[in-house]
Ligand binder design. Structure first.
Ligand code: ADE
Ligand code: ZN
Length: 344
């Protein structure tokens, strides 16, 4: 049963919370650095892995995010960005993903002089090529950054401009333990008025209050992580009542110090209480994992069964930012994956 669920020829998973720049192959960093004449401290994949992955003892979001400071300068390049998006489709197809949403900050990848439009276009072209080559569905979410509220309105403008070309919404990423949400309220209001979908990282390394702010101040439709919900019963009840999707991650939540161990992971309670939970990797190359690893962890360390995993896949599908008709098609395709042919 378990082997069947994870069989490589199945496309039975959906991933909502995945950072494009946290999902880059080590070999790609090496190639791009070589081509661009960037000196690296090491030339071997094993050597470089030590720089682009978090340390084994990483237990804070600030330390986790510091990893990005090392490799973001390497990929300030249109060709590299397109390649990363393309390869991500291949990597996702390999672990049985049928549909995913990849997020990134256009400005973070444009710091060396690329136009933000080119960054977005390169990602969309890479995803478009990758979708066709590997038979996987992919859309983009543009990230506002907690520490750069001055970028947020431009993120909204870009999301509107490219909404017909694969951008499905916006996010607020970065260090919530150091920067509040209020500075992004105006941009999120504009996004809402323009009919853009909205998710927000909240209650990961910050308190439950940040989740309330994400919902009330930013009009978030989904919450990235949301673990600290367990500290506020009233908010917990509201999130359950309103069926607000929680994009949860296992390994990254340990590495960011958001959760002390899997045995007490809030996701266990979320699932028991029937909250709208789905599983994602967050930053697979930084964490040194893939989505299959996370699903297996849910079985081995959280005590979940295949029925729980399946429910999380369908939660992800019905909470995706796809337009309704495309979402219905995705759900119908997934049903065919899960039900034996004679039932249909
Ligand atoms: N950017 C990449 N990974 C992140 C995380 N786990 N939290 C906030 N911002 C991020
Ligand atoms: Zn994230």
């Amino acid at each position: 049963m378990i082997t069947q669920w994870f069989g490589t020829r199945r496309k039975n998973k959906v991933e909502l919370h995945l950072h494009l720049d946290g999902a880059v192959r080590v070999e790609t960093f090496l190639d791009v650095a070589r081509r661009r004449g960037i000196e690296l401290p090491t030339r071997t994949p094993e050597g470089l892995a030590r720089y682009v992955r978090v340390a084994h003892d990483c237990r804070s979001l600030t330390q986790f995010l510091a990893t990005f400071d090392f490799f973001i300068p390497i990929i300030q390049d249109g060709e590299a960005i397109e390649r990363i998006a393309y390869e991500l489709c291949e990597d996702q197809a390999r672990v049985g993903v049928r549909y995913f949403e990849a997020r990134f900050s256009p400005q973070l990848l444009a710091r060396d002089g690329l136009a933000v439009e080119e960054v977005v276009e390169r990602v969309l072209v890479g995803l478009e090529r990758g979708q066709r080559a590997f038979e996987v569905g992919a859309r983009a979410i543009l990230c506002c950054m907690r520490h750069r509220p001055d970028w947020s309105m431009e993120v909204v403008r870009l999301a509107v401009r490219y909404r017909e070309h694969g951008v499905v919404g916006i996010d607020l990423a970065g260090d919530e333990s150091r920067f509040g949400a209020e500075l992004h309220a105006e941009a999120y209001r504009a996004a809402r008025e323009m009919g853009l979908h909205r998710t927000v990282h909240a209650g990961e390394a910050g308190p439950a209050h940040n989740i309330r702010e994400a919902l009330d101040l930013l009009g978030a439709e989904r919450i990235g992580h949301g673990y600290r919900l367990v500290d506020d019963e009233e908010l917990y009840a509201r999130v359950r009542e309103e069926d607000i999707p929680l994009e949860c991650c296992l390994t990254s939540s340990l590495q960011t110090g958001s959760v002390p161990d899997l045995a007490t992971h809030p996701v266990r309670r979320f699932v028991l209480d029937g909250l709208n939970v789905s599983l994602s990797t967050d930053d697979p190359s930084v964490s040194g994992i893939d989505l299959e690893h996370e699903y297996r962890l849910a079985l081995s360390d959280l005590g979940f069964g295949l029925a729980d995993l399946t429910r999380m896949v369908f939660n992800a599908a019905r909470s995706s930012f796809l337009p309704p008709a495309e979402q219905r098609r995705l759900i119908a395709e997934l049903k065919r994956e899960y039900l034996p042919p004679d039932v249909l």
